[in-house]
Design a protein around this ligand. Structure first.
Ligand code: ADP
Length: 659
């Protein structure tokens, strides 16, 4: 700014120009303190005074702060304060719309000069309000150390400058509030995970908030043209979006749609979009809306729908009960199985579906579970009787699972009517018994003629051996051997094989180490004769039938010794686990088994070797398989002819009853 001469600076045109320049500056700079400082300089220069100051009314309302100014002692600007009581110049000015002119502070009667002014030897001055009496921001003042009489023009000039400051301060406050609002909006948008958008209906321009870009997974920060924006959506859903927006623009109707969109990586997700027209002066000026990614909710809804469809269609009863055993939901299968209507049981106790003595037990078990967390039933699978609406008992297989929903615990049970299965099991048992009886009768009846044949063959051999030629004698030997083998087979069928299931003992904990020891004692003579070397590692405890497990190990070891070939039998018994099952293996270094025969050896009467070389009935391994299967396991052999065989079987690991 040019240094004005006194006369020039008093000219109205000059002052107008100064005010205009300051006004322009106010629009350009965003540092409000800089503007206050510049205003102070302009006022001091134009009025040719020693001091100019901008006082800010502090929030307490009791003091003003020397926010900016020039001419003052060092360190005063930014820290000095003055009181605002009525007899201070600042306090007086804050209550006055018109400029306050002071010809001589020393004789001033309306108020006293504050310390700030007296300590700077101020004599004359003038102060004006920044803002309004209703909403004052502060005071702009000009002061001189020599006595001056300020004119109305001077006062009007200072007031103009103060008005520029007031406008700039208000603009800055608005700007800051807007920034805060925007910041809050963005935070809210993120917290609520909602994106915003708008379409200017005049220019058809699209606006997306940053968070909407994030939701859509688009990194670009420039919105596409309206038509291209449709490409974001799934092909099938584009018409929905287009129609909704067009309709909103045409008719002013709001919309609420759920549509699929495709992220840049190709993932298909769900968007819930709302739109509302903004009407100004009766015209739709824009459509504004919000959008939220609802993929997770959609997925849950779909799962729920599938679950519902599944339960509707299921033959099993699917029931959800709360902690008090009250039925919360039950599917239509309840009608078929229990004879109740679906709605009839909801809200009733689950014990409606149980015979009385089980209802008692159920209550106790639930109570106990809620108190101690201890489960008295196997929740995964339990067979219990249920009660039909007509009072009859129904055999049921039930499995439970526990879920928590909004802090409440539920047990969902899947209940299957096993009447059919039970009947089938009974039939199977009966047919089994009949088969066993038949086998026993057949073997018994066959044994009698066999005994006769054997006796007569022996008689023939004893009496006429010497009269017979070599060939005839051989015929007799073959016949005797065959009959002996046949008898062994018949014995095997009846005594062991046919009885595995029906004559088996109930399961109990069995230590396989002692089972092995017993088997080795039984095989004592064979071990001694063959010089067999049998090693074993520590074996586990299992649940089973001790007699049958004994038979199992005995057969496998017996075979391992028998089929050792020329060399001394070397056998190893080992155990491993896969976390659920024990795998017990009996390995030998004998003659091995042809790869094509590893299945057939487990079938009844299947033998790979002729009776002369290796006597046997062909029942041993078939029996082993039945025993293992009865225990819930499997048996198999791995072998290489000439190298040896490893027979392995699995047995379930004993489960420590889970809580
Ligand atoms: P067998 O009474 O004949 O031993 P098994 O059912 O025990 O009847 O065995 C069936 C057949 O499997 C046997 O005849 C034999 O050929 C073969 N086999 C069984 N164990 C072994 C083994 N450890 N090594 C080689 N072959 C074997």
């Amino acid at each position: 700014m040019v240094d004005p001469t006194r006369t020039e600076s008093r000219s109205a045109a000059y002052r107008q120009r100064v005010v205009a320049e300051l006004g322009q500056k106010a629009l350009e700079i965003d540092d409000i303190d800089q503007l206050m400082h510049d205003a102070s300089v302009v006022v001091a220069e134009t009025l040719d005074v020693d001091y100019c100051k901008v006082l800010e009314l502090l929030p307490s309302g009791e003091e003003v702060l020397l926010r900016q100014g020039i001419g003052w002692h060092e360190g005063v600007v930014g820290s000095a304060t003055a009181p605002t009581d009525r007899d201070s110049q600042a306090g007086y000015t804050l209550l006055t719309e018109d400029p306050v002119i002071v010809d001589d502070l020393r004789t001033e009667g309306r108020f006293s000069g504050p310390e700030l002014l007296t300590s700077h030897d101020v004599v004359s001055g003038m102060s004006v309000l920044i803002g309004s009496v209703e909403a004052p921001w502060g005071v702009l003042g000009a002061h001189s150390t020599e006595r001056r009489e300020f004119t109305e023009d001077d006062a009007a000039f200072v007031q103009n400058v103060a008005n520029i400051l007031a406008a700039a301060i208000e603009a800055e406050q608005t700007h800051r509030r807007l920034e805060r609002t925007l910041d809050l909006f963005e935070k809210t948008e993120r917290t609520a995970d909602v994106g915003g958008w708008a379409i200017d209906t005049e220019t058809m321009e699209l606006f997306w908030t940053d968070h909407l870009f994030d939701i859509l997974g688009i990194a670009d920060d420039e919105e596409p043209p309206l038509e291209e924006a449709l490409d974001v959506y799934h092909e099938a859903d584009r018409p929905i979006v287009r129609d909704a927006v067009e309709n909103a623009i045409d008719t002013g109707e709001s919309f609420d749609v759920e549509v699929r969109f495709r992220t840049p990586s190709g993932e298909i997700r769900w968007l819930h979009a709302l739109g509302t027209p903004v009407i100004e002066d009766g015209e739709i000026v824009s459509i504004r809306g919000a959008a939220q990614d609802v993929t997770e909710r959609k997925e849950r809804e779909r799962e729920l729908e599938q679950y519902q469809a599944l339960t509707e269609a299921a033959n099993d009863v699917i029931v959800t009960i709360d902690e008090r055993s009250v039925v919360r939901t039950i599917n239509p299968a309840v009608t078929d199985v229990f004879g109740y209507d679906q709605g009839e049981l909801e809200g009733e106790s689950l014990t409606e579906l149980m015979p009385d003595e089980f209802a008692e037990r159920h209550h106790r078990a639930v109570e106990r579970y809620l108190e101690t967390g201890e489960r008295t039933l196997d929740w995964e699978y339990v067979e219990l009787p249920g009660e039909h609406a007509d009072g009859s008992e129904i055999p049921l297989a039930i499995s439970f699972s526990e879920t928590e929903f909004e802090g409440e615990r539920f047990l969902t049970g899947v209940v299957r009517d096993i009447t059919e299965r039970k009947r089938y099991e009974r039939e199977l048992e009966a047919s089994h018994d009949r088969l066993e009886q038949f086998a026993s009768a057949v073997s018994h009846d066959l044994k009698e003629p066999l005994t006769t044949i054997t006796s007569y063959l022996q008689l023939l051999d004893r009496r006429y051996r010497d009269d017979l030629d070599e060939e005839a004698r051989e015929f007799i030997d073959v016949s005797v051997n065959s009959v002996t083998r046949m008898r062994r087979m018949l014995d095997g069928i009846v005594s062991e094989y046919a009885r595995v299931d029906s004559r088996g003992a109930t399961f109990e904990p069995v230590d396989l180490n002692s089972v092995l020891d017993d088997a080795l004692i039984d095989l004592g003579r064979k071990i001694d004769e063959s010089d067999a070397e049998i090693t074993s590692e520590s074996l586990p405890r299992v649940e089973g039938d001790p007699g049958q497990l004994h038979q199992l190990l005995l057969n496998l070891l017996d075979n391992a010794i028998k089929y050792s070939g020329e060399s001394t039998p070397r056998i190893d018994v080992s155990a491993a686990s896969d976390g659920q099952m024990w795998v017990i293996s009996v390995r030998d270094e004998g003659i091995g088994i042809d790869p094509g025969a590893t299945e057939t050896v487990f079938e009844v009467f299947q033998r790979l070797h002729d009776d002369g070389a290796y006597p046997g009935s062909g029942i041993g391994l078939a029996l082993c398989r039945r025993v293992v299967e009865r225990h819930g396991g499997e048996i198999w052999v791995e072998s290489e002819p000439g190298e040896g065989s490893t027979f392995s079987f699995t047995l379930p690991m004993t489960r420590t009853r889970d809580a």
